[in-house]
Design a protein around this ligand. Structure first.
Ligand code: SF4
Ligand code: SF4
Length: 481
């Protein structure tokens, strides 16, 4: 057997026993979860529905002409909660991501895998695809029967309908996702007219394929084998982290019984071994075997067992949200060092972020020198340097800026005196500095400072905006006379 082989050959037990090939990989068994209703599932479905609506609606929303979230790669502007950042402010955007990651860690320490079961995009879309599947093919038993049966006309028709709707959903997800990078108001009409470039088609089809394969077909396999967060989040758990757990003390010994018998007198626990908690599980595990990394904390097994216990009059569910300490009857700690540490860090970062946001300048100026020529000598001896002023107006209204130049040299500025920049936009203005021929021979290079001053209704420096950016002015090298 080679090192990469997925199977191995077992040694024969005796001289006549045939050699047996044993696969090192577990066969993928399709999971057909049973639909379950109940308190947790109602809340969970509300949360999932809200997330789906937010995802679809957000790219269309405008607040004073701004999208809520947009990563405009072409114009290099990143808008998060109606605040636009430019690449120079990437550190602020990194802070937002850091704070979001810390919030996720804090939630995990406190409530375990609640993100996985209630808010992860993979869970959300798997639920959407699964709901469509259930609507077309029926619930668990009908789906399993359909799967086991041959390729009848009914099966073909149902599969074709399901796959077509899945494909349409995947495309809608992909197009909406693109709306977080491009303006959907402009993109969607072009999509409907099939007026797309090759790259746009690829950018739409690839995420659609990813969603179709990942969330509709592979489902729980993505959580098991592809998601890195599923693997490392257990190290954040402590004995007070909320987990979903089976009450072994009440449930065991499990076993079937007649409804009218006193199960305690028969030496049985409350678990009737009905397997409902296993049948509803989207990852196909048996929570009665203890906490497993495959459990995404969706709480479906809680609702399933609640139903069973209620129908038998046995009291509350055997599966519940609890913690290891609570289960062992030990003292429960709501405030723990790790929780306090993460929360304090979030507060500090939020404070610093708010301060930085509040103190950031509402305009940004970048001066780019002409990269092709350091200077240009004119026929009359004058020397000119060419620049591009990139003015980023971060304000939510259009602004006028007066351009000023300061230099030791007597350079003349050739360009617009006042530049108007639309709200949240970037203007690139080519300008020139010209030095009289008489002065041109005296130096090789000198610092020049470009500045912007705000211009409010008829008054100069109306809002006190004053920013400067240094650059260089180059002159020809001349030998002494
Ligand atoms: S649903 Fe409850 S009673 Fe049924 S097998 Fe699971 S734990 Fe036992
Ligand atoms: S064990 Fe329960 S909570 Fe965990 S994934 Fe399965 S149904 Fe959801």
């Amino acid at each position: 057997m080679t090192a990469s082989s997925p199977s191995t050959t077992a040694a024969p037990a005796g001289p006549e026993a045939p050699r047996q090939t044993v696969s090192l990989y577990e066969r993928w068994k399709r999971i057909h979860p049973l639909w379950v209703s109940g308190g947790w599932q109602t809340w969970r479905r509300v949360v999932l529905a809200v997330l789906v609506v937010v995802f679809y609606v957000n790219p269309w929303l405008r607040w004073n002409g701004y999208p809520g979230v947009r990563f405009d790669l072409v114009h290099r502007q990143f808008t998060v909660f109606w605040t636009t950042f430019v690449p120079e402010e990437f550190v602020l955007l990194a802070w937002v991501m850091l704070i979001a990651a810390l919030v996720l860690f804090t939630v995990t320490v406190a409530a375990g895998r609640v993100f996985c079961g209630w808010a992860c995009p993979q869970t959300v879309w798997t639920f959407v695809y699964f709901t469509i599947e259930r609507f077309i093919e029926g619930d668990r038993t009908a789906r399993m029967r359909l799967e086991r049966g041959g390729w009848t006309l009914e099966r073909l028709a149902k599969k074709a309908l399901k796959l077509s709707i899945w494909a349409a959903i995947a495309l809608s997800i992909s197009i909406t996702f693109l709306g977080y990078f491009e303006d959907l108001h402009e993109l969607l009409p072009r999509i409907l007219r099939f007026d797309l470039s090759k790259w746009e088609k690829i950018v739409i089809l690839l995420p659609a394929l990813g969603s179709f394969v990942g969330s509709a077909v592979l489902r729980e396999q993505v959580c098991f084998h592809m998601c890195p967060y599923a693997r490392f989040q257990s190290v954040m758990f402590d004995h007070d982290t909320l987990i979903i757990s089976y009450d072994e003390a009440r449930g065991e010994p499990r076993g079937h019984r007649r409804r009218e018998v006193d199960y305690k007198a028969e030496g049985l626990g409350a678990c009737v071994d009905c397997h409902k908690c296993v049948q509803v599980c989207p990852t196909g595990i048996d929570i009665r075997k203890g906490l497993q990394y495959q459990c995404i904390g969706c709480a479906a097994c809680i609702d399933a067992c609640t139903d069973v216990m209620a129908s038998l009059g046995y009291g509350k569910s055997l599966v519940n949200y609890t913690s290891q300490n609570r289960q062992a009857g030990k003292k429960v700690h709501v405030l723990r060092p790790r929780l306090i540490g993460y929360s304090s860090l979030i507060l500090v970062l939020l404070g610093l972020f708010t301060f930085a946001l509040d103190h950031r300048t509402p305009v940004h100026l970048t001066v780019i020198r002409d990269r092709n020529r350091l200077y240009r000598e004119r026929w009359d001896g004058e020397v000119e340097n060419v620049y591009t002023l990139r003015i980023q107006n971060r304000a939510k209204e259009p602004r006028d800026y007066r351009v000023v130049v300061a230099s030791e040299l007597a350079v003349a500025y050739v360009g617009p005196e006042v530049v108007e920049v639309a709200a949240g936009s970037l203007a690139s203005i080519p300008v020139r500095l010209v030095l009289d021929g008489e002065h041109a021979a005296s130096a090789v290079t000198s610092e020049v400072r470009f500045g912007l001053r705000s211009v409010a209704e008829g008054t100069v420096e109306g809002e006190g905006i004053a920013i400067d950016e240094a650059s260089r002015f180059y002159l020809p090298t001349r030998s002494a006379p």
